[in-house]
Ligand binder design. Structure first.
Ligand code: URA
Length: 277
């Protein structure tokens, strides 16, 4: 294990000890973050209530997408900074470390086996967003690894990608007991983590899997059946709502519609669209 990983593990242990001994808030000023060099490059950290994940304001999106590094203007309008895959990965790891000790949802944090943050390419073109981890995901600490996940992996493969090429996350990072639908407060508590993931990864587009993902990201009051197959926009990023893979397991004929939606996604990306199916 690298020194940095040791430091992160030790820091998490110290924070967990503090939490056990009754500490509920730690104040870190913006100035301290800047002094420590923790304010992510190319993002502006907005102060918020203690314990909240940082709210980050993105820099303008770029027209082109280099595979390794890109130069961004800082939000303050300063000189361009190097924003590499490594930076994005380490900033994601920082946010994940915070999510792993999150206790904002009392019931979920007591019941969880793991915090399922997200997996994939930090510079993915496509981000798939589901609802919340199920039992398999909670046990393995990775999103979409159960039956619905196997189907999602097949859909991704049919599109010409591997799981490692895309980024996969959920609205909730903790499993709701008995896989119940996430409560509105839980979505409110957890959404900043997903927003940070989107801000850092800057996918070219998002596929919202099912109603919970759609409602979390879009202020539209239509059902998923009406919304799927149509493009929406979230902070300048195109979103394609489609059926959740768990729904497809219960209703296999709907796979046809999801495949139509995925073909539209490939077209939008300028990727080859497989014939047939
Ligand atoms: N369903 C989801 O929405 N997410 C998962 O990770 C697994 C099942």
């Amino acid at each position: 294990m690298s020194d940095l990983n040791n430091i992160i593990d030790e820091t998490i242990k110290v924070l967990e000890d503090m939490k056990r001994s009754g500490v509920t808030h730690v104040d870190v000023s913006r100035e301290t973050l800047e002094e420590l060099g923790r304010a992510p490059r190319g993002t502006r950290v907005e102060s918020g209530p203690p314990g909240e994940p940082r709210r980050m304001t993105s820099t303008p999106r770029e027209g082109t997408r280099p595979t390794t590094t890109s130069h961004k203007q800082t939000a303050a309008g300063g000189p361009p900074t190097l924003h590499s895959v490594g930076n994005v990965a380490s900033e994601l790891a920082e946010i994940e470390a915070r999510a792993k000790v999150c206790v904002k949802c009392g019931e979920l944090s007591r019941c969880r086996h793991s915090v399922v943050f997200g997996v994939g390419n930090p510079r993915a073109e496509i981000m798939f967003v589901g609802e919340a981890p199920g039992r398999d995901e909670d046990m393995q600490g990775e999103p979409f690894v159960g039956r619905a996940g196997e189907l999602l992996t097949k859909i991704i493969a049919a599109m010409g990608f591997k799981r490692e090429d895309v980024y996969i996350a959920n609205v909730l990072k903790c499993r709701p007991p008995e896989n119940r639908t996430p409560l509105p407060d839980e979505v409110t508590n957890c959404l900043p983590y997903l927003l940070s993931q989107i801000e850092l990864i800057k996918p070219k587009l998002i596929v919202a899997l099912g109603a919970t993902a759609v409602r979390a990201l879009l202020d539209v009051q239509l059902g998923i059946t009406k919304m799927r197959g149509h493009w929406y926009t979230f902070r300048d990023i195109p979103i394609m709502p489609t059926f959740h893979p768990a729904y497809l397991l219960r209703n296999p004929p709907a796979k046809k519609e999801v495949w139509e939606d995925m073909k539209a996604v490939l077209e939008k990306l300028g990727r080859p669209v497989p014939k047939g199916r």
